[in-house]
Design a protein around this ligand. Structure first.
Ligand code: CA
Length: 220
């Protein structure tokens, strides 16, 4: 899962980025609204955490631009100003949720999980297929009721595939979901992790769709 963080406060931005990385998100952090707008033009994100008061372009303007282009990326706005007018204009401009600073990192993580889950069309907090159950909040995976231990990257890859169940994911999309800017991507990394997951969940659990990518479930 890849998240864009748009926040100009260095301390807060650093803390949020660290907290999201601990929760196994790949995080791209930009410090002004125009850089945020360009990042959202260039890259697909599972969610965006957006400060409202920003240099070069404020958060509301960025949000209106994004929705004006028909981009439905889930957006959680951060506001220091505890006024209902700010929240209302943010939600009216297309934000999906908001948090008032100062906020608790655990609450931010929980709200992001809920946003991403709803964007994927799921209403239950766990994702499952063929006896495999993934609980994003507990970071736990089981197969037929037995806990399976996964590395952080394996967990992130499985989370992505289950979040896009019945949809083919191209290798490039999976790489983008796993790695933030500046993180080195080795050439066959997705294949290696797919191989690990198949060893743990069975060869048929993840299907290869020749020339297109990988699939959990049935191609629609
Ligand atoms: Ca700010």
């Amino acid at each position: 899962m890849r998240v864009l963080l748009v926040e100009d406060d260095p301390l807060l931005g650093d803390g949020v980025r660290a907290g999201l990385k601990l929760a196994d998100y790949a995080v791209d952090w930009v410090r002004d609204g125009e850089a945020g707008r360009l990042a959202l033009l260039d890259q697909t994100y599972d969610a965006c955490v957006l400060d409202l008061g920003l240099p070069r372009r404020d958060g509301l303007s960025l949000l209106k631009d994004l929705r004006g282009r028909g981009n439905a990326t889930p957006v959680l706005i951060l506001t220091a100003r505890d006024t209902s007018a700010d929240k209302v204009s943010g939600l009216d401009a297309g934000a999906d949720d908001y948090l008032v600073k100062p906020f608790d990192l655990a609450e931010l993580q929980a709200r992001l999980r809920a946003l991403i889950r709803r964007a994927g069309g799921a209403s239950t907090p766990t994702l499952s297929h063929a006896g495999v159950v993934l609980d994003p909040a507990a970071k736990r995976v089981s197969l037929d009721g037995q806990t399976v231990t996964l590395s952080a990257r394996e967990f992130a890859l499985l989370h992505d595939l289950l979040s896009h169940k019945n949809r083919i994911r191209a290798r490039g999309e999976l790489e983008e979901s796993l790695y933030a800017w500046g993180e080195e991507v080795e050439s066959n990394t997705v294949e290696v992790y797919i191989h690990h997951l198949r060893k743990k969940f069975g060869a048929e659990f993840i299907r290869t769709v020749r020339g297109l990518g990988y699939l959990v479930g049935e191609a629609g």
